[in-house]
Design a protein around this ligand. Structure first.
Ligand code: PHE
Length: 337
């Protein structure tokens, strides 16, 4: 009797299968009504009394081993079947979120597109500038407040972070002959307290046109074209006298309020207009400083903050949103390009 048990134990231990039918056949062969182990148990009563204890223990171990084996193999088959069920290749994929451009990038591109359509080239230059390109060439007097430590981030006595991209235009004028028609986009830096309306870093696009007989009427018409393109056909502009060291005469440009169409509301503080940029005729001193004969050539220049245009276009009331990268804000801007 005992001799019979060991080879069966070996058979149980070595049995392995991932086929549910084979496992069931094994169960029936061992543990079924007419199974081997069931048969051995039936023979128990014939075992001589002195062997009963030993046989009983062995047969119980064998039965348990066979039962555990069946449970274990069935569980493994079950798991791999359920993992097969999870892997449904015909199921649609995980939703994939597309990113979108930053609102400042969208507006920057819109502005550049509008001017390149009428023949302006794009010029870029260094963010760290020397005093000559940022100030002196642009006719800033020695004692001008913009040179003050309060407004400019100085790196050295003569080197600073540019406060406007007019510095790029000085470089273009130095390096090329008129006609010049260029726009300069880029980051600029001013030592200002950060608030809803101001930041120490912001983005500008400045424009420059130099040719024989360029007039203030050319400037006005170019800016009217720009305003209608960026804000819509109904938009009107208004120029107010102003002062910049590098232009004479100089003006601030206002556009009719988008919200109330010029009738007056709280966005435009009941004036019907919103300021968008500075402009003017290039001062002859600036042309001479950059090696251009001011008796032959004249020109106009203008400069705007991209944040300001974006705030008006999308009715954003706090400039800091553009720098915080809050997805709830950014997700609202979708663009085709
Ligand atoms: N450079 C001026 C600024 O940064 C803008 C400007 C450019 C004004 C050209 C007039 C002409 O504010």
């Amino acid at each position: 009797m005992l001799i019979k048990v060991d080879p069966i134990m070996d058979e149980v231990n070595s049995f392995n299968s991932s086929d549910p039918n084979e496992i069931e056949a094994f169960r029936i062969k061992m543990l079924g009504k007419k199974g081997i182990i069931t048969g051995l148990l039936a023979e128990f009563r014939n075992v001589p009394i002195e062997h009963k204890k030993e046989f009983g223990q062995k047969i119980n171990l064998l039965k348990k081993a066979a039962q555990d084996k069946v449970v274990d193999l069935k569980a493994r088959v079950g798991n791999s079947e359920s993992s097969k069920r999870d892997l449904d290749l015909s199921m649609s994929g995980e939703p994939f979120e597309l990113g979108s451009r930053h609102p400042l990038s969208i507006v920057r591109k819109d502005i550049l597109d509008i001017f390149t359509r009428i023949g302006f080239s794009i010029s870029e230059g260094p963010e760290i500038e020397d005093d000559f390109h940022n100030f002196t060439a642009l006719n800033f007097p020695e004692e001008h407040p913009a040179r003050d430590m309060q407004d400019t981030f100085f790196i050295d006595k003569d080197i600073a972070l540019r406060t406007h991209t007019s510095s790029v235009q000085v470089r273009v004028m130095e390096g090329s002959k008129p006609p010049i028609r260029t726009i300069s986009p880029g980051r600029v830096f001013r030592n200002e307290a950060i608030s809803a309306r101001a930041h120490c870093i912001f983005h500008q696009v400045e424009g420059l046109y130099i040719e024989k007989d360029v007039s203030f009427a050319d400037l006005k018409q170019t800016l009217l074209y720009f305003a209608k393109e960026i804000f819509g056909e109904e938009t009107e502009i208004r120029l107010r006298p102003s002062y910049f060291p590098f232009t004479e005469p100089s003006a601030e440009v206002d556009v009719s309020c988008q919200i109330c169409s010029g009738k007056g509301c709280n966005v435009c503080k009941n004036t019907g207009y919103l300021e968008i940029m500075g402009c003017g005729m290039v001062d002859p001193n600036v042309l001479e400083n950059c090696g251009i004969d001011s008796s032959v050539y004249s020109g106009f220049a203008f400069g705007m903050g991209i944040e300001r245009i974006a705030m008006l276009k999308y009715q954003v009331n706090d400039l800091r949103h553009f720098f915080e990268n809050d997805l709830r804000f950014l997700k609202q801007f979708k663009s085709a390009h």
